[in-house]
Design a protein around this ligand. Structure first.
Ligand code: CP
Ligand code: NVA
Length: 310
């Protein structure tokens, strides 16, 4: 039976099965081909999409905007100072209003609770464009990029290094576990992910025969096919900058670390990158072709999420 995601929200990859995630990755690959062939889309014709941003964004905002326009829809950007959300009006009420106007709502902000309330009260699909806890649309682009480069996902050895308890680490762990990549976090113990989430992901991994490993030893990177890093200080945590730099210096992605893999490993980064901190300029530039393919793939994957669910 075919997969249908019509009417579904996209709040965390926990809510999606392995087959549904693979379906979205494959749909993204098809949509990318369609765009390269110059075929005009109409899959979102007469659809209105709200884009709520409490935090800044380059890739996610542009991916939703261009992805929506490519398929004939209308995107409406609603910045944090443009609407009443959470200030003058409750999230529940804003959700009920937007649900009357729009066919889908993207939310980027702080609280996972806000995006879940928007989904509960709007009655239309709601997509998580990043919260403090999760960044699920990014993971689709990461998986797509790995598939484009290696040709497969199941059995790939994937290592995330850096802040092991941020939105990217959490979401990559869920996504990789579901789809069957062998997933490792290398981070100082004080930045390890929550035990509950690790246990949940270990259950997902057991179902597909892959592994989850949490380590603080950079030597464990040996044998990895993909190295992934993210900023050491996420949006909203700026006061932690000094302590994070001290803590994470030994976990920088640089040529010494890459050579420890013993492989021709891919290096990925969700961007924006703070070069000289989580990754050196030299390593970033060596892998920039794939990193910017990954950034472009945000558009194809976000388009896939919209057309699949609206
Ligand atoms: N990777 C990512 O989400 O980038 P933006 O913050 O620019 O959207
Ligand atoms: N962890 C980063 C991801 C940016 C895409 C942040 O939340 O700022």
């Amino acid at each position: 039976m075919g997969i249908s995601l019509k009417g579904r929200s996209f709040l965390t990859l926990k809510d999606y099965t392995k087959d549904e995630i693979n379906y979205l990755v494959d749909l993204s690959i098809q949509l990318k081909k369609k765009k390269l062939m110059g075929i005009k889309g109409d899959l979102l014709e007469r659809k209105n999409i709200a884009l709520i941003f409490e935090k800044p964004s380059t890739r996610t905002r542009c991916a939703f905007t261009v992805g929506c326009l490519d398929e004939g829809g209308h995107p409406e950007y609603l910045g944090k100072n443009d609407i009443q959300l959470g200030h003058k009006e409750s999230v529940e009420d804003t959700a009920r209003v937007l649900g009357r106007f729009f066919d889908g709502i993207e939310f980027r902000g702080f609280s996972q609770d806000t995006v879940e309330k928007l989904a509960k009260y709007s009655g239309v699909p709601v997509w998580n464009g990043l919260t403090d806890m999760y960044h699920p649309t990014q993971i689709l682009a990461d998986l797509m990029t790995i598939k484009e480069n290696l040709g497969y996902l199941k059995g790939v050895n994937f290592t995330y290094i850096g802040d092991g308890r941020n939105n990217m680490a959490n979401s990559l762990m869920i996504g990789c576990a579901k789809v069957g990549l062998n997933f490792m976090i290398i981070a100082p113990k004080s930045l390890w992910p929550e035990n509950d989430l690790v246990d949940t992901c270990k259950e997902y991994a057991a179902e597909v025969g892959s592994t989850i490993t949490i380590s603080d030893n950079t030597d464990d990177i040996i044998g990895t096919d993909v190295i992934y890093t993210d900023v050491w200080v996420s949006m909203g945590e700026e006061e932690k900058s000094k302590e994070r730099v001290e803590l994470l210096k030994p976990y920088q992605v640089n040529e010494t670390l890459v050579s420890k893999t013993g492989k021709d490993a891919l290096v990925l980064h969700c961007l924006p990158a703070v070069k000289g901190y989580e990754v050196t300029e030299e390593t970033f530039e060596k892998h920039s072709k794939v990193i910017f393919d990954e950034a472009e793939n945000r558009m194809h994957t976000i388009k896939a999420v919209m057309v699949a669910t609206v």
